[in-house]
Design a binder for this molecule. Sequence first.
Ligand code: RM4
Ligand code: MN
Ligand code: MN
Length: 396
Amino acid sequence: MQAKLSEKIFKELEGFRIEIPSWGFANTGTRFGKFLQAGAASTIGEKFSDAGQVHALTGVCPTIALHVLWDFPRGLDSIAEVASLANKYGVRPGSINPNLFQDQIYRHGSFGNPDAKARDEALEHSKDSIAIAHGLNSRDISFWFADGSNYPGSANIRQRKKSFEECLQSAHEALWPEQRMLVEYKPFEPAFYHTDIADWGMALLLARKAGPQAKVLVDTGHHYLSQNIEQIVAWLLEEDMLGGFHFNDRRYADDDLTIGSIDPYQVFRIFHEILFFEWERGKRADIAFMIDQSHNLKGKMEAMIQTVMMAQELFAKAALVDHERLAAAQQSSDIVRAEGCLQDAFSSDVRPAIREWRTTKGLPENPLEAFRASGYLERVEHERGARNMSSAGSYA
Ligand code: RM4
Ligand code: MN
Ligand code: MN
């Protein structure tokens, strides 16, 4: 690869960081059951340990996303423990995710629930999550809601919209100045008739009404098939409303498969829109890149490392788009040349340059192979196996 292109890749890789989710290391399953892995993490300490390994090998995952219900068993009182684990394992707490869907009280929703008691509880939990984030110096609180309904006529859609506006505003008032509220949307699941925040437009309107620290979170798996996600990204960038991503890939719905496993060109196009925007503006876009995946059959840590490597690779490819040439081709409506700018970059093999970059950082050239050779998995399988394999879950 030409020296100039490697230079471009090196420059962009310096700024590329991606957050990994604590739940990606735990034994999760489909709604039909779980296939357990002996080495899966079940305590918050184990999740930090695994995330620390991924960061040590890749060098680009300094933060871990945390779910309040799953990772803070004692709520606010767990802050000190989490902070000390972060120190011990060399990864910082990243986005804090309130859990507004698992408790029985949320059967008919959280912020959209017609019962004020459920809405109040959801708000309390949101405020606790904001306090937890503050206690850990985390900037982003990511809100995802399972709220919706399963049957026509069963929910007052407009009333629920109003409740969402009010509750999000109240939560926004509790934010500290340095914090952000990220509003995630999803078209369906678990609700199958209507979802209260079903798409980016609804998330955008609600974020705008909530207040200036609210932005939209794009989970790549939360779209109808064939929807043009990079256009949504471009619009949100232009509106200064793009807060971050939950990356994952899918073939059908919210499959949470590893990034780029089904459609790497889709991820490339998203990264391209961001880098093109940054080139035009001459400054970095303030966006949190996060992974939201749960791996059922692939080894959890291997899948996470594979994901991070793939994300880096697709980002590096997008960095190779010749922006001057592209802008000129677009201006003169030279369609074939413009499209070629993307295709040339996408088909470049950036792996040698990334390996070189890793070497300059003292990182293993191939983090996946290094992980396999490290013996870490065998060790944790031995330590965690007995407990993990006896905790089978069933569908009914
Ligand atoms: C949802 C959504 C949220 C995630 C939950 C577990 O589909 O993607 O971000 O926290 O799953
Ligand atoms: Mn998500
Ligand atoms: Mn999801």
